[in-house]
Design a protein around this ligand. Structure first.
Ligand SMILES: N[C@@H](CCC(=O)N[C@@H](CS)C(=O)NCC(=O)O)C(=O)O
Length: 211
């Protein structure tokens, strides 16, 4: 097995994959790419991912892009029946939350993140921040209600469904810290989040500042 991941660790999508690999104790080599590291604009890289985006996984001679699919792949290959549910309904329950993270949560959280962390204060679009923050409050309200009913996103144990949402919450907490958005509180999310953040899989991944 030779796992190589292309992508800078500041990317939420790279963090998802690294958290998964570290949780599973998989030896993985990460190569900085994207943003100031470049590489994504080269023909060589675009032969692996024509979108010129990170992350890209190479597992021997198999190449894969799309972060949540990479997480699914690692979980199916190395954690079948645990992080990757063996039972069909639980598996698709997990798949559903992963797709939802990409299509709803990430779309709402991306703009405020870019506004606060990658945009000069005088250039920030307050209307966009306000609108996206309201959307995030709505989506996180759904996660909060869900986690008040059960310990993890797709049942009673940790599955692949938790990982993208964990990384999303990690980034959003950083946005909240700078935006001053204190309400509402999310006690069920906090109860779920704290041990995952403290897990050794977060080392060098979620213990790094959001930037
Ligand atoms: N849907 C893709 C999105 C990938 C994506 O947006 N990657 C960003 C970083 S988070 C990127 O490559 N940005 C360009 C760069 O870093 O140079 C995935 O989940 O993998």
């Amino acid at each position: 097995m030779s796992l190589k991941l292309w992508g800078r660790i500041s990317s939420i999508n790279v963090r998802k994959v690294m958290w998964t690999a570290q949780y599973l104790n998989l030896p993985i080599e990460r190569v900085d790419a994207g943003a100031n590291f470049g590489i994504v604009d080269t023909q060589e890289f675009q032969r692996m991912n024509p979108n010129a985006m990170i992350p890209v996984l190479q597992d021997d001679d198999f190449t894969l892009w799309e972060s949540n699919v990479i997480v699914r792949y690692l979980c199916e290959k190395y954690s079948f029946g645990q992080l990757f549910p063996a039972q069909r309904e639980q598996r698709f329950d997990a798949e559903r939350w992963m797709d939802w993270q990409q299509s709803e949560l990430n779309r709402a959280s991306g703009s405020p993140f870019v506004q606060f962390f990658r945009t000069a204060p005088e250039q920030r679009n307050q209307a966009l921040i306000t609108e996206s923050t309201h959307k995030m409050q709505h989506w996180l309200g759904i996660v909060e209600a869900h986690l008040a009913q059960q310990p993890f996103m797709a049942g009673h144990t940790l599955t692949m469904a938790d990982i993208p949402i964990l990384c999303e919450v990690h980034r959003w907490w950083a946005v909240r810290a700078v935006s001053g958005d204190r309400e509402p509180a999310y006690p069920a999310i906090e109860r779920w989040y704290a041990p995952l953040l403290a897990h050794s899989a977060s080392k060098g991944v979620l213990d790094l500042p959001v930037r």
